[in-house]
Design a protein around this ligand. Structure first.
Ligand code: BTN
Length: 244
């Protein structure tokens, strides 16, 4: 991965560029930018992307059914969490895709896929990591729930080394994804997730589901046990912990 890198000073969104070029690009090509002016988060939210972060999109062509594309979000989250943990920080994953340190978000992942019938043509893994920013670089409305690697480590990081370590780790996980049963990745993901066992409130475009997070399905859907004892699987949504 990352054999070919498209580097930009400023873009609207690396995911948008990656989607435009994905059809003619080889697997593993990367779009990366210093700043994004129209960075996109999940569920139509804005993603603040000033100087100092790593804003990138990786083009993958795994040839999987579309319903498995969300598994790659877990693969990417696991890779980011592992690299941050190797630096000595206690990174945890909040379902589906937030990597957090001490309950504060340091990375978000936006997976977008294009499929022909049920096979994916490509998957764009959009990964945003708050690296060398200070908290003042993050707008006040986002600041409370966010952190950066610089803030957590108390020092500036070499983004190029971080990127190299990350791409190496992502590639290992991606190979495992393609060659091993998905339960391998899922078990590693579960070990780093702090969502299972919590009381949660999940908001989807159509409704709100409250209950206890009791597991994740092989496709990465969150399993919630509601107060009446029935279970529900939610493939995408915004998850809030009832207690911090
Ligand atoms: C989220 O947590 O809501 C997902 C955030 C994803 C942000 C990354 S930054 C690189 C890529 N380009 C985008 O516009 N978004 C993703």
């Amino acid at each position: 991965l990352g054999q070919k890198i498209h580097y930009f000073e400023e873009v609207s969104s690396t995911n948008s560029i990656a989607k435009e070029i994905a059809a003619s690009e080889e697997e593993g090509a990367l779009v990366i930018a210093e700043i994004q002016k129209g960075g996109r988060g999940r569920m139509g939210r804005e993603w603040v992307s000033p100087h100092g972060g790593i804003w990138m999109s990786v083009i993958l062509k795994p040839g999987i059914p579309l319903r498995h594309a969300s598994r790659l979000t877990l693969v990417a989250g696991l890779a980011v969490a592992n690299v941050i943990r190797n630096m000595g920080l206690d990174a945890r994953i909040k379902w589906p895709n937030d990597v957090r340190i001490n309950g504060k978000k340091v990375c978000g992942i936006l997976t977008e896929a294009k499929a022909e019938v049920d096979r994916v043509d490509y998957v764009v893994l959009g990964i945003g990591i708050n690296v060398n920013m200070d908290l003042k670089d993050i707008p006040e409305s986002f600041r409370a729930g966010s952190t950066t690697l610089k803030v957590e480590l108390g020092r500036h990081l070499r983004r190029v080394s971080f990127l190299q370590d990350f791409l190496f780790e992502l590639e290992q996980q991606y190979i495992s994804f393609k060659t091993q049963p998905f339960s391998h990745i899922l078990n590693e993901w579960l070990a780093l997730s702090d969502t299972i066992g919590r009381d949660v409130k999940v908001t989807t475009p159509s409704r709100i589901i409250e209950g206890k997070a009791v597991g994740v399905t092989p496709d990465g859907a969150l399993i919630i046990r509601k107060a009446d004892g029935t279970k529900e699987e939610i493939i995408a949504g915004r998850c809030i912990y009832a207690r911090p």
